[in-house]
Design a protein around this ligand. Structure first.
Ligand code: ATP
Ligand code: MG
Length: 394
């Protein structure tokens, strides 16, 4: 029988919060695996996932995409009995192509009658006898066969397989992700989840200037992010009235700066309402006029909440690479306009002045408009119920 073996030593966590980390990881795995016939067995140093053979591929995808797991082993579980161990080991060896190998025996069942070293050389002999053109190399083997002899059951496995890493979702509190239909913000969301945060997403829409297709695109992006977490609440903010007012009252070159100041104010209110501790967005230094350091200062100054910008220092190409890996890229490049592109002025200010912003804000009663936006925000809960498309991240 095959099992997935996850050793706690291969999770990156500090000793002090290991129990909490493992509890969250277990809950998250159980949630993702709930429709499969699986058994999760934990002991002090590891967890084993037992499953039906036909589900292996899907279950492995889930394990690979669960934050907190850096690597795992696909192991064979047999009764602790010499014949069983030896025939299973040979079968595993036959399934690998290698020129050099090493056997590592770990014997925690001391009633097993042969010492680890002795048994390793015995097993090595069996492999050498049965497979041609291979030799032992204890320093740099192509493959290491590990045989763990435990009371009742033994495990045979080879080199570890890489998973997505990060911290289990839920080991941090909630962030509020500003999710547009672009390339950057879904990647920012993915990276925030990777750090263990949970997320709500917020989408500002300006119907009729933006379309229902643009909203659907954001829903599809949210579904992709749900691959890595249990569910995401997507708050949709009706932004039209406020945006039109900005357009009427403010200097055109300041319209984006002003719009983003309003967005941040609304984000802060939504965060308070939904218990979010930080704002997360897809801003990247220097990418556009509103993402210069001066712009960031002028925009950010409307809130004292921390703003996390996971892609701030990445190149567009690096962001695109991640977007492709997490399968959001093809959705992001669909051609529907979002509210930023519709209202974008010819020459947005690169070095906005805070005094100018404050003066313009005195010209209209933006607070009422903001309150109306927050009041009329509606929320969709996006879950992974029908989602089967786990992306291969390796
Ligand atoms: P993206 O590719 O994510 O759309 P961008 O390079 O187009 O980013 P901007 O349009 O300036 O950059 O937006 C910067 C960030 O502001 C976005 O990454 C996103 O986090 C947030 N944002 C912009 N527009 C919206 C919107 N309509 N709804 C929610 N968040 C938005
Ligand atoms: Mg955008």
């Amino acid at each position: 029988m095959r099992v997935i073996l996850i050793k706690y030593g291969e999770l990156t966590t500090k000793k002090g919060n290991r129990n909490f980390f493992i509890k969250k990881l277990t809950e998250n795995l159980q949630h993702k695996l709930k429709k499969y016939d699986v058994k999760l067995v934990k002991d002090r140093s590891r967890m084993y996932l037992e499953f039906l053979d036909q589900d292996l591929e899907k279950i492995e995808k889930i394990v690979q995409n669960t934050f907190g797991i850096h690597k795992y082993h696909l192991a064979y579980m047999v009764d602790t009995n010499k014949e069983m161990i030896e025939s299973q080991l040979l079968e595993v060896a036959h399934h690998h192509t290698f020129q050099t190998f090493k056997i590592e025996v770990k014997r925690s069942d001391k009633t097993f009658p042969i010492s680890s070293l002795e048994y390793a050389s015995h097993l090595g002999g069996i492999i050498l006898k049965n497979i041609c053109n291979i030799k032992v190399d204890v320093h740099r083997p192509d493959v290491t066969f590990t045989v763990e002899i435990r009371q009742g059951q033994s495990y045979i496995y080879t080199n570890s397989i890489k998973a997505v890493g990060g911290y289990p979702v839920g080991t941090q509190e909630k962030g509020m992700l500003m999710l547009s239909g672009g390339i950057d913000s879904p990647v920012a969301g993915y990276l925030a989840l990777k750090r263990g945060m949970t997320l709500d997403a917020v989408y500002f829409e300006a119907i009729p200037h933006t379309s229902i297709e643009a909203r659907n695109k954001v829903i599809e992006l949210t579904k992709k992010l749900v691959t890595y977490t249990n569910s995401i609440q997507l708050h949709i903010v009706p932004f039209t009235a406020l945006q039109e007012e900005i357009y009427k009252k403010c200097k055109p070159e300041y319209s984006i700066t002003m719009m983003r100041r309003m967005m941040y104010r609304i984000m802060e209110q939504l965060a308070k309402k939904n218990h979010g501790l930080v704002i997360v967005n897809g801003e990247s230094i220097g990418q556009v006029a509103s993402q210069t350091l001066v712009s960031m200062n002028v925009i950010n100054s409307v809130t004292s909440m921390p703003v996390i910008r996971p892609v701030a220092c990445l190149d567009k190409l690096e962001i695109m690479d991640i977007a492709k890996k997490i399968d959001t890229y093809d959705i992001s490049i669909l051609p529907y306009e979002d509210c930023c592109t519709v209202f974008v002025p010819k020459h947005p200010v690169i070095h906005p002045n805070i005094e100018t912003c404050l003066r313009m804000e005195e010209e209209f009663s933006y607070q009422e408009l903001i309150d109306t936006c927050v009041l009329h925000t509606f929320t969709l809960k996006i879950t992974d119920e029908e989602e089967e498309n786990y992306q291969d991240l390796l």
